[in-house]
Design a protein around this ligand. Structure first.
Ligand SMILES: [Fe+2]
Length: 202
């Protein structure tokens, strides 16, 4: 939604994004009771995981027989729909789930500042927290090189276990250092539009 704010003769134009949206995942307890034991078992025994900065993760593989479509409805699709309604932003013709992975952090674990280049929307489901959430977001354009003036960040400790956070994939963020066990499920969603087949002259 475009917002024009009028203060006497002055005007302000605000873009639709970036913003950070979060909401409760339906059936969180059932999902957690099903998924966390599997994640813990895989973290200990499976060679399809990698360990990065104190976190065991499945970032590089895409086989998740333990997630059901019903779970993905609760974790991804319903919250994404809710986000569109609350922000009143237009939707593409469709969405595809491009990637899903989890991170199981031990004490001292973190994920350094990054963004998700491939997607349109990304999300983080706080599956198991033993302390306040450490996900931190950084203002995208506040990069004044001389002073740092307007550089902003937000530690999203308002979000709690059982919440899913959705944000534009281009937003820089990190999982700051945790001191206890922390398990999150992340995902990337891509917009889909019908296009004519590509034709190239020989
Ligand atoms: Fe991320």
């Amino acid at each position: 939604m475009v917002t024009n704010t009028c203060l006497t003769d002055s005007m302000i134009y605000e873009f639709d994004a970036p913003f950070i949206f979060w909401t409760k995942v339906n059936n969180h307890k059932e999902i957690k009771d099903t998924i966390v034991p599997v994640i813990k078992m895989i973290s200990d025994n499976d060679n399809a995981t990698v360990t990065v900065d104190g976190s065991t993760t499945t970032y590089y593989h895409q086989k998740y027989s333990y997630f059901t479509n019903d779970m993905l409805e609760d974790i991804i699709w319903k919250p994404l729909e809710q986000m569109h309604e609350e922000k009143n932003i237009s939707k593409p013709q469709g969405y595809n789930l491009d990637a899903l992975w989890w991170n199981n952090y031990t004490s001292g674990g973190r994920t350094k500042v990054h963004k998700h280049e491939r997607a349109d929307w990304s999300g983080i489901y706080l599956l198991h927290l033993e302390e306040p959430n450490t996900t931190t977001f950084y203002s995208q354009y506040g990069e004044a090189p001389n002073s740092g003036y307007m550089n902003q960040h937000k530690v999203l400790n308002d979000a709690v276990e059982g919440d899913v956070i959705i944000f534009p994939s281009f937003m820089q963020h990190c999982g700051d250092v945790c001191t206890k066990n922390r398990i999150i499920v992340s995902f990337d969603v891509i917009s889909e539009y019908e296009r004519s087949p590509l034709v190239i002259l020989n």
